[in-house]
Design a protein around this ligand. Structure first.
Ligand code: NAP
Length: 302
């Protein structure tokens, strides 16, 4: 791999985790980083999330072989245009945004002629900010690359090698397909969690203290997802609007069918569905994408 220096823009959960993972797995690779927030930069220095924290985005990317944008999806274009004066001609520009079509279009528009290969590491937690990152975030997690048509194979192989070195398994996908798949596996589940937690907190006949007291009945697991970063998720829904609306349409139809089964007392329909969904949970655990422990094994990151 000929990536000797990496610039990380945005030093929150994803950016910080990449910096720490590079230090652990690719100790010969230099890292520089920048974040728009001076307090984040200061905390990133304290935690040594990257080798050097720069106060200027142009200095951070100067000469870097790989630049990874780790900012909210809605800020990608602005960050790309701010760093442009320092960007080396040979640099690979990538990102970690949770939606891909909109980000790819924005980066291509702002950086014509540069090698842009969007990426999405399917790894995260509900935490955000410079204290949230940890080096093992990408271990045994998928990283989806969405190269544009005509992408140089050698550059793609370099980026693949980088993510594999951090412990990820890489998949290559068309950006539109990525957005459809992630709408159903990530974006709609977040929307449902935000809805149910919002509904529960608005209920007048159930007090807030009762909601919290009896949360172990299922609600608690939704609150973990609904605690995710508001800026990040606002941007994901605005940028992946079409795929989310399509999947939401299908979800609404299935919910209506379930509503009908309950109203008609159709226990067989309910039992059949709940049996199928249990099998999906088993497959996820068998493929190492989650943990069978009641806390999903998430209590032991750091
Ligand atoms: P985060 O912890 O909030 O970190 C993002 C950082 O970027 C913040 O410190 C933010 O500063 C900074 N920033 C915003 N605009 C900037 C700009 N123009 N230039 C430089 N820095 C800027 O968020 P995250 O969870 O790491 O998410 C980052 C990206 O990863 C998002 O695109 C998200 O979709 C993607 N992603 C997230 C997850 C997840 O589970 N969290 C998983 C996979 C992918 P301010 O706070 O001051 O705005």
């Amino acid at each position: 791999m000929s990536i000797d220096s990496v610039a990380i823009i945005g030093l929150g959960l994803l950016g910080g985790s990449i910096g720490l993972a590079v230090a652990e797995h690719l100790p010969g690779v230099q890292t520089r980083g920048f974040d728009a927030d001076p307090e984040v930069r200061s905390r990133a220095s304290d935690r040594a999330l990257v080798g050097e924290v720069c106060d200027d985005i142009v200095d951070a990317v100067r000469g870097a072989d790989l630049v990874i944008l780790c900012v909210p999806v809605g800020a990608m274009g602005m960050a790309a245009s701010a760093m442009k004066p320092g960007l080396a001609d040979h640099a690979i520009v990538s990102d970690v945004g949770s939606s891909k079509q909109g980000v790819a279009q924005e980066l291509e528009r702002v950086l014509p002629g540069h090698t842009v290969i969007p990426a999405h590491p399917v790894a995260g937690t509900e935490q955000s900010g410079p204290d949230a990152g940890f080096a093992s975030l990408f271990h045994q997690r998928w990283c989806i690359l969405t190269p544009p048509d005509g992408c140089d194979h050698a550059r793609l192989a370099e980026l693949r090698g980088f993510w594999e070195a951090l412990g990820s398994t890489v998949d290559i996908m068309d950006a539109a397909h990525h957005d459809l798949v992630l709408a159903v596996t990530s974006h709609i589940p977040h929307l449902i969690a935000y809805t149910i937690v919002g509904t529960a907190s608005d209920l007048e006949e159930v007090t807030r203290s009762e909601v919290i007291k009896y949360s172990a009945g299922g609600f608690r697991d939704f609150t973990r997802i609904a605690a995710s970063d508001p800026t990040m998720w606002r941007d994901v829904f605005l940028s992946n609007r079409d795929a989310v609306l399509e999947m939401l349409g299908r979800f609404s139809e299935d919910l209506t069918a379930l509503q009908r089964a309950i109203r008609r007392g159709d226990g067989d329909a309910l039992h059949d569905l709940f049996t199928r969904t249990r099998a999906i949970r088993r497959s996820i655990i068998e493929q190492g994408q989650d943990d069978a422990r009641p806390d999903f094994g998430r209590g032991d990151h750091e």
